[in-house]
Design a protein around this ligand. Structure first.
Ligand code: PLP
Length: 399
């Protein structure tokens, strides 16, 4: 390896450390859950996982994966159209479509891949794709890739700004197809996208509405069917992408859900589908079981809602000012990146695992610790975490 290359990487890494933005990995020696066994620290309360429904260590979800390992072996050994598709993948895709209320769905190894596949495969040079400024990195990169591959026109509208979206769509009358992509729940704020508003503007301009439900599937709506259920709009979103790596068992994988034509076209043409293996059968079976558990036990979603509201109120009672909202993503804005990282380190010393996020993941001056609540948390876990927030908050003179 080139010495200059290695020393350039080393220098950059030293820079991250100097700037206080170097990420240290914490090693966990237990299943993901409300508490985990962290190397060198013992039991800590987890406030930073996407295990919203507590299904990551659910015995039925684990057993489904184990049975699939016996039934199908380790994996497909090639891409699906070459080597065959396991029946469990078809069953998973039927379950995903049923859950989010679309005709069809197609699974990918991650939602990152699903988002990368969507605009770049479905759009062409005469088309336009517009993205909310705060969309997830996978949507941003998917759009960059779409531009590079297809030469489609791309643009960004200001966060949740329907007037700006309307103006940008009005200025694109010459485009053959117009696509608008928004997170359903914005991961750093916990804010819910205004789907009725987005639908109205998209209808006005005959635009295709794509919503990424990664932080919303299993979270929003009485039955956890996502923002469409939350707003009484099931069946009214053109294309939904989501992950299997958060509420639905937390392993890995993602999907694109929509009409049969959309998923069939992606099956024919999406490069991450055509040139990469499917998710392992074990993962497909665990995710399918997670959907079945959710459908059978929608009370998990209500418990999640109650837990999120208990914890949010607890923070407010302590004197913190969490970002307003109604989802289990509860960010506490602290300002500078170093402050968020310091808070997160001190909370970990008190046995609470919650990650600090700074620039460039969030805008400059809006660094935060982002708390994420799970249906698996008991009041005792949340009270333990709140006691740590009180102690650290007082020490750092934040409250
Ligand atoms: C909104 C959103 N979309 C997509 C992804 C990527 O999901 P996956 O882990 O399945 O690639 C994430 C994960 O952080 C996300 O928050």
């Amino acid at each position: 390896m080139s010495k200059a290359f290695e020393s350039s990487l080393r220098e950059a890494l030293e820079g991250f450390k100097r700037d206080g933005v170097y990420k240290r990995l914490n090693y966990i020696d237990s299943p993901q859950g409300a508490v985990v066994d962290m190397e060198g620290r013992g039991e800590v309360v987890v406030l930073s996982s996407n295990n919203y429904l507590g299904l990551s260590d659910n015995p039925e979800v684990i057993a489904a994966g184990q049975e699939a390992l016996e039934e199908y072996g380790a994996g497909t050994s090639s891409v699906r159209f070459i080597c065959g598709t396991f029946t469990v993948h078809r069953e998973l895709e039927q379950a995903c479509a049923r859950l989010v209320g679309t005709q069809s769905s197609l699974s990918f190894v991650s939602c990152w891949n699903a988002n990368e596949a969507t605009p770049g495969t479905l759009l062409g040079e005469q088309d336009l794709v517009l993205s909310d400024r705060l969309n997830h990195a996978s949507i941003i990169d998917g759009i960059r890739l779409a531009k590079a591959i297809t030469k489609c026109q791309t643009g960004v509208y200001e966060h949740a700004d329907l007037k700006d979206l309307d103006a940008k769509l009005s200025a694109a009358k010459d485009r053959r197809f117009k696509m608008v992509i928004s997170d359903g729940v914005f991961s750093m704020e916990g804010a819910i996208a205004d789907l009725p508003g987005l639908r109205e503007v998209c209808d006005k301009h005959d635009a295709i509405l794509v919503v990424d439900d990664s932080h919303a599937t299993g979270v929003l709506g009485t039955h956890g069917r996502g923002p469409a259920e939350h707003f009484g709009m099931v069946g009214k979103i053109d294309i939904i992408t989501s992950t299997l790596g958060k509420a639905l068992g937390g392993a890995a994988g993602g999907f694109v859900a929509g009409s049969a034509e959309v998923t069939d076209y992606l099956t024919q043409r999406a490069r991450p589908q055509l040139f990469s293996n499917a998710i392992p059968a074990t993962v497909a079976a665990s995710a399918k079981k997670s959907i079945e558990v959710l459908e059978r036990e929608p009370q998990r979603v209500e418990l999640l809602r109650q837990n999120a509201s208990y914890f949010r109120q607890g923070l407010i009672d302590l004197g913190f000012k969490p970002h307003p909202g109604e989802t289990p993503i509860i960010p506490v804005i602290l300002g500078e990146t170093a402050a968020a990282i310091q808070m997160s380190d001190k909370l970990l010393d008190e046995g609470v695992f919650v990650t600090g996020f700074g620039f460039p993941v969030v805008p400059q001056g809006q660094a935060r610790v982002r708390c994420q609540i799970s249906a698996a948390h008991t009041k005792e876990h949340m009270d333990r975490a709140l006691a740590a927030f009180k102690k650290v908050g007082e020490k750092l003179k934040l409250i």
